[in-house]
Ligand binder design. Structure first.
Ligand code: ZN
Ligand code: ZN
Length: 354
């Protein structure tokens, strides 16, 4: 079934006879249109992309299964209302996490039918990657793997975290990435205890652990990997934490398979780290879906009851963070396969001491 058929098949269950899509990533996923503004309406019989004049040519060349309708930016909601009226739409589903209060008021006033708040409808379709999506993700992962081996020749005592981040970004762009897939995290020494320590002016010193969390943005898709390395000999406790995190990751990679819940997938690394006495220092979820968005469904954590399914691309990223001392996180990207999973990230995981 194609994406439109899959959505239409859900209309009765969702209690709608049409869908209004305003989230830009979902718009791109459904239509292939990469412009930064536009509104999608899907009914049982029609599928339309409304754009203003800036995007008309682009939409015509990129979009296949939708009619492209040009309207002034300010009057798209009246165009949607006219379409709903013409097709007798009485319950139009909208993305409640995206539509602004202001636009919702305008739609409500223009429409004769009812606006039905929905969540996660397109996002759950997006969890299972198509072959074409997978190819783009794999290329993004290859670029970040190659960037990791490059950066090992660059990092040394005396360079700043920002120097490292800039070098990574420049290298990934030279390899074909549009950009890095998010603000690069380079967290060295005591800063490695910050799970999201975006690169700072701190100078990397001998004895520092350095956490590098980065990815490539390639044709709309993202990779996301983390490695923690040492510059000179790190303290013994940091080395032992490294081994615990690596073993917990290996447990998760060995265990993640279709049919288990996100909670069970999370427990493979969390239970191991807790057994070793560091459960309190592992305060984040163990991984997330990856694709057009950096963080997308499913989110593996002790609260996640969604199922792991074949065709999902997920990160697995256990970590331990000790304020004042430092931290370790190691993150791979995986594809869930019928029998388990395939590790997409190929960079080495044993502790590298530069
Ligand atoms: Zn990451
Ligand atoms: Zn991640």
């Amino acid at each position: 079934m194609d994406k439109l058929a899959k959505l239409r098949a859900q209309f009765d269950q969702l209690g709608v006879d049409g869908l209004l899509i305003t989230n830009g990533v979902n718009r791109r996923y459904l239509t292939g249109f990469t412009g930064s503004a536009g509104t999608v309406v899907i009914t049982k019989t029609e599928a339309c992309l409304f754009v203003d004049f800036r995007y008309v040519d682009q939409a015509h060349s990129q979009v296949k299964n939708y009619s492209v309708i040009q309207l002034e930016r300010e009057s798209i909601y009246t165009g949607v209302a006219q379409m709903a009226e013409r097709l007798g739409i009485s319950r139009l589903g909208f993305e409640q996490g995206n539509l602004t209060y202001h636009l919702h008021a305008q739609y409500t006033e223009a429409l004769h039918g009812e606006m039905v708040p929905l969540s996660g409808v397109i996002e759950s379709l997006r969890t299972i990657k198509t072959a074409e999506e997978l190819q783009k993700i794999k290329t993004a992962v290859e670029i970040s793997d190659s960037a990791f081996s490059h950066i090992l020749t660059y990092i040394r005592q005396g360079v700043t975290e920002i120097d490292v981040a800039n070098e990574l970004e420049f290298y990934m762009r030279k390899q074909g990435a549009t950009s890095s897939s998010f603000d690069i995290i380079i967290a060295s020494g005591h800063r490695s205890a910050l799970p999201h320590g975006v690169a700072s002016t701190k100078v990397i010193e001998t004895g520092d652990m350095v956490t590098l969390d980065f990815g490539a943005y390639y044709e709309g898709y993202r990779s996301d990997m983390t490695r923690t390395i040492a510059v000179g000999q790190p303290k013994e406790e940091l080395k032992s934490i490294y081994t615990i995190v690596l073993d917990s990751l290996s447990n998760a990679l060995a265990g993640i398979t279709p049919g288990i819940t996100g909670r069970e997938a999370d427990a493979f690394s969390r239970d191991y780290i807790t057994e070793k006495g560091y459960g309190e220092q592992y305060g984040h979820g163990s991984g997330h879906g990856l694709g057009l968005d950096l963080h997308e469904e499913i989110f593996m954590s002790p609260k996640c009851d969604k199922l792991v399914e074949t065709g999902m691309v997920l990160t697995v990223e256990p970590g331990i963070y000790i304020p004042g001392l430092g931290g370790v996180r190691i993150e791979d990207d995986i594809l869930v396969t019928a029998n388990g999973n395939e590790i997409l990230t190929k960079s080495p995981k044993e502790l590298i001491i530069l």
